[in-house]
Design a protein around this ligand. Structure first.
Ligand code: AP5
Ligand code: MG
Length: 208
């Protein structure tokens, strides 16, 4: 099985949803730079302090901070699923110098679908499970089914910030689709398919 994997795709494509599912099935480590940064912000660390303003606007945190943050986690992992990294060509080049990827999977979703999905996303404050009020609602409103934790709306899931995140994705991150295509390791999945179908397609790609 291929074991050095990255998920590309716009905000709301389902990178986090799928990374959690695939990590459970494969035992690989799920490395989400967004989750790591939100944890740094919540713990009011020096890195969190530097990152917060960028995140609140939906802009990218500077490459140097991100690469320093993720490097040791990548080298410590045997199999890994990168979720939200790399996000610029500079980050992709830095990653190539740490550990080459086996597969970059682009989960594609339109701008309209991104806005609909993210406006309805809720996340568990305790375990991080991801819900959607439209597509994947919790059994009890406001409560996590997995751990009973409180569900919250991410600070960057506000309409103007969502739109900026999408624009930043198109400008800074979408070029990575060609970057990995020319290296022969890009695969694409339609992000509008049901979650279970997306997971099955990803598992097929990992076995290929
Ligand atoms: P990050 O946390 O990575 O956010 P993002 O890329 O904007 O992606 P999201 O987490 O919003 O979406 P997702 O694809 O994970 O979708 P999800 O599975 O939740 O980054 C946040 C910020 O941190 C950035 O803006 C930046 O400031 C900073 N940052 C992070 N990494 C960085 C880096 N490398 N460099 C620089 N800065 C960085 O699903 C979305 C919703 O859709 C959920 O409600 C879910 O239930 C639903 N859903 C999922 N799949 C389906 C489906 N198939 N059908 C229907 N609904 C679905
Ligand atoms: Mg995510």
């Amino acid at each position: 099985m291929l074991k050095h994997i990255a998920f590309l795709g716009p905000p709301g494509a389902g990178k986090g949803t799928q990374a959690k599912r695939i990590a459970k099935q494969t035992g690989y480590v799920h490395l989400s730079t967004g989750d790591i940064l939100r944890d740094e912000v919540a713990r009011a660390t020096a890195l969190g302090g530097k990152a917060k303003a960028y995140m609140d606007r939906g802009d990218l945190v500077p490459d140097g901070l991100i690469v320093d943050m993720i490097r040791s986690r990548i080298t410590a992992a045997d199999g890994f699923i990168l979720d939200g990294f790399p996000r610029t060509v500079a980050q992709a080049e830095a990653l190539a110098g740490i550990t080459p990827l086996d597969l970059a999977i682009n989960i594609a979703l339109s701008r309209e679908a991104v806005i609909d999905r993210l406006s309805a996303r809720r996340v568990c404050r305790d375990c991080g499970k991801i819900y959607n009020l439209l597509f994947n609602p919790p059994q009890t409103p406001g409560r996590c089914e997995q751990c009973g934790g409180e569900l919250y709306r991410r600070d960057d899931d506000q309409p103007e910030v969502i739109e900026n995140r999408y624009d930043v994705y198109m400008q800074a991150t979408a070029p990575l689709i060609d970057f990995y295509r020319t290296r022969g390791i890009l695969r694409e999945i339609d992000g509008t398919l049901p979650m279970q179908t997306v997971s099955e397609r990803i598992m097929e790609l990992l076995r290929s």
